[in-house]
Design a protein around this ligand. Structure first.
Ligand SMILES: [Zn+2]
Length: 273
C-alpha cells in the first residue's frame, strides 16, 4: 500500500528499468526471459508517454481493478534494455468499468506486438492481492535465477520445508528479508492456468515463489525493486547452497537456534526454523 503523494509515471518507468537491469546483472534474465508488471490503483494519466490506444480483452475478468492501471513489459523484450527506453518496452493497460476489457496505451516507439505471455499470471496475482488485502499498489516480477532454478531440478528440494531450511541458513539477513519463506510450485506449463492458480495461492502465504524447473515469481506492495530484491536474496541463498553441494557439503550454515535468535532480535514471526 502506498500513501500520497504518489510516485509519478516517470518514476515508475525508471524503477522498472532499474529493477530489470539488476535482474540481468545477477543473470536472472537471459535473452528475453523474465517479465515485470505493476498495478497502480489511483488515477494516473499515461497518454503523454503512451499516446496510441487500442482495446484489448483482459486474460481474466477483474472488476475489482476497474479504473486501475498496469505497466507491463512487452513480449520478447529484454529486461536489461527496458532502462534504455522504458516506453518502447512497456505497455500500459487501464481496466475498463466492466473489468473484462482494457485500453492498451503504447508509445510510437513500441518494440513489441503483445504484452508478455505471462500477463495472465501477473494479472491474477495482482487481482488476488487487491481482493485479499485491498492494496492500491502491487508489483510482480518473474525471473529465472540459475541457482534457484537448478536446485528445483533436484528432487529433495521439491519439499518446501526442506528448500527453506536449506536456503535461508546461509546469511542472517535471509530470514529477515524472507520471514514467510519461499513458496514452491511444481513444474507446470508456462503461461498455463494451472501455473496461474498455483502461483496466486502460494503468493498469499509467501512473497516469492519458485516455479519448479523454470524460475521464480516475486511480489511487493511497496515497490518493484523490493520484489526484485526478494529474488536476489533467494538466489543468494540458493547460490550458497549450490556452492556447498559442490564443496561436499562442508559448510554448516547458521543453526536453527542461531536463526531463531536473529528472528527474535528483529521481533520477526517466522515458522520455518
Ligand atoms: Zn519464464
Amino acid at each position: 500500500m502506498l500513501e500520497a503523494p504518489f510516485p509519478e509515471l516517470d518514476e515508475f518507468l525508471t524503477v522498472i528499468g532499474e529493477a530489470g537491469y539488476r535482474l540481468s546483472e545477477i543473470e536472472a534474465s537471459e535473452g528475453a526471459a523474465g517479465n515485470i508488471s505493476i498495478y497502480i490503483g489511483w488515477p494516473i494519466d499515461v497518454r503523454r508517454r503512451f499516446p496510441l490506444v487500442e482495446t484489448i480483452q483482459l486474460p481474466e475478468a477483474a472488476p475489482e481493478l476497474a479504473g486501475g492501471t498496469f505497466l507491463v513489459t512487452g513480449s520478447g523484450r529484454r529486461l536489461r534494455e527496458v532502462i534504455e527506453d522504458p516506453v518502447a518496452n512497456l505497455g500500459c493497460v487501464t481496466v475498463e468499468a466492466d473489468g473484462r476489457t482494457g485500453q492498451l496505451y503504447t508509445s510510437p516507439r513500441r518494440l513489441f506486438e503483445r504484452l508478455t505471455s505471462e500477463f495472465n499470471s501477473h494479472l491474477a496475482v495482482h487481482h488476488d492481492q487487491v481482493i485479499q488485502v485491498g492494496t492500491n499498489f502491487h508489483a510482480v516480477v518473474h525471473a529465472q535465477p540459475p541457482h534457484l532454478t537448478y536446485l528445483s531440478h533436484i528432487p529433495r528440494y521439491h519439499d518446501e520445508n526442506y528448500l527453506n531450511r536449506h536456503l535461508l541458513r546461509w546469511q542472517p539477513e535471509l530470514i529477515v528479508q524472507l520471514p514467510e519463506g519461499i513458496g514452491l510450485v511444481p513444474f507446470k506449463i508456462p503461461g498455463s492456468s494451472d501455473l496461474m492458480t498455483a502461483t496466486l495461492e502460494s503468493l498469499r502465504k509467501h512473497r516469492i515463489v519458485v516455479w519448479g524447473k523454470h524460475g521464480v515469481m516475486a511480489r511487493s506492495d511497496v515497490s518493484v525493486k523490493r520484489a526484485a530484491d526478494r529474488i536476489e536474496y533467494a538466489e543468494t541463498g540458493a547460490h550458497y547452497e549450490y556452492m556447498n553441494l559442490v564443496n561436499h557439503e562442508q559448510g554448516e550454515g547458521l543453526s536453527a537456534e542461531e536463526i531463531r535468535a536473529v528472528a527474535k532480535s528483529w521481533n520477526l514471526a517466522q515458522s520455518i526454523f
